[in-house]
Design a protein around this ligand. Structure first.
Ligand code: ZN
Length: 356
């Protein structure tokens, strides 16, 4: 019985992936289309059968460097008043505050993002053991709802706490890459999404979680391409950029450095360093390309993976970044007022490498 249910759920997920691809093929570049697996039926399709579509043409985002007024998201020619809104905001500081907490979840990732309009986004939820920590962090803010819940990729140190989070809060949208993992942790995540009556939105390059010109900030998925086919689940990590005023934050999951290099070609103010500070996620040229003012590494102080590495710390230091890490500093809170970013670690102390 249990096995049958699992099989059905897996089949639904495969169908969801297939539908996501079909939607993308049909509506190239359209953002945020929800894929509803309910009642859908169709042939099974494996990852390898994905079409070799070219990536969504979303690389030509306007430069975010320079002053706030120069880098307001450009309004689309929608003729719906967006233009007026941007003109009004041209010489005024943006309203609100963007606060990102890089939660200390041990060896794993979890970033709690309070958006300038009061909405809440959670990117990853650490391991299953970290679930209570993440739930507490949300409750400590007096929150009962997570508007955007994002799983960067299906590894246990990123989605392990998701089921507990889903059961604890009212959840708006759930975003994840269109890839499945054959693990209990992933099953638990899907179960929890299903229990809440939600469906997963398949994230990939060119999709907007919050589109530019709609909320005074934007949240965009820069990668990977929906045509990605890889054996390594890390490669599917959603690369997400949040822009507010002239400031920008880049969240990278465990994405490989070449993917990030292709996705994010410009400076960002705050970087969630990829893959817990592993060499796979950062090198000197990427650090120089992004030139973050603040770089935060999420890792457990006693991890067995050699995270972070000295190479990565050196590369980030050479780029001029202030380097903080959850292992050394506990939860790191970074705040943007739209023109400047400031970091507040729970405790002081240098981030020390675990390996070369
Ligand atoms: Zn990880």
């Amino acid at each position: 019985m249990r096995r049958t249910k699992k099989q059905i759920r897996r089949r639904l997920w495969v169908v969801l992936v297939t539908l996501a691809l079909l939607v993308l093929v049909g509506v190239a570049g359209a953002g945020g289309s929800e894929v509803d697996a309910g009642g859908a039926a169709g042939p099974q399709q494996t990852q390898a059968e994905q079409s070799q579509q070219a990536g969504q043409p979303d690389q030509a985002a306007p430069s975010q460097q320079g002053s706030a007024d120069a880098s307001r998201p450009q309004a689309s020619a929608a003729g719906d008043g967006t233009q007026t809104l941007d003109t009004q905001a041209a010489n005024a500081p943006p309203e609100g505050t963007l606060t990102v907490r890089f939660l200390d979840v041990g060896q794993g990732d979890s970033e709690l993002v309070e958006l300038p309009d009061g909405k809440l986004m959670l990117i990853d939820a650490g391991t299953q053991d970290a679930g209570p920590t993440v739930v507490r962090a949300v409750r400590d803010l007096g929150r009962t709802r997570i508007d955007y819940l994002v799983a960067t990729h299906p590894h246990a140190d990123h989605i392990g706490g998701m089921a507990e989070v889903l059961h604890a809060f009212d959840v708006g949208e759930v975003w994840a890459p269109a890839v499945a993992a054959n693990t209990r942790t992933f099953e638990a995540f899907l179960d929890a999404v299903e229990d809440k009556g939600l469906t997963i939105r398949a994230g990939s390059r060119g999709k907007d979680i919050v589109a530019p010109g709609t909320a005074g900030y934007d949240v965009q998925i820069l990668g990977p391409s929906d045509s990605l086919s890889s054996e390594d689940l890390n490669d599917y990590s959603l690369v997400i950029r949040v822009r507010f005023g002239s400031t920008s934050f880049l969240f990278t999951g465990d994405a490989p450095k070449d993917e990030i290099r292709a996705d994010a070609r410009e400076h960002v103010d705050v970087l969630k360093v990829a893959h817990h500070g592993s060499d796979t996620g950062t090198d000197a040229s990427l650090a120089a390309q992004l030139s973050p003012r603040i770089a935060v590494i999420s890792y457990g102080i006693d991890n067995d993976y050699g995270h972070p590495t000295q190479h990565v710390l050196d590369a980030l230091a050479a780029s001029g970044a202030q380097v903080l890490g959850t292992g050394a500093n506990g939860t790191v809170t970074v705040t943007s007022d739209g023109t400047d970013v400031t970091a507040a670690p729970a405790r002081e102390g240098p981030v020390v490498a675990k390996s070369e």
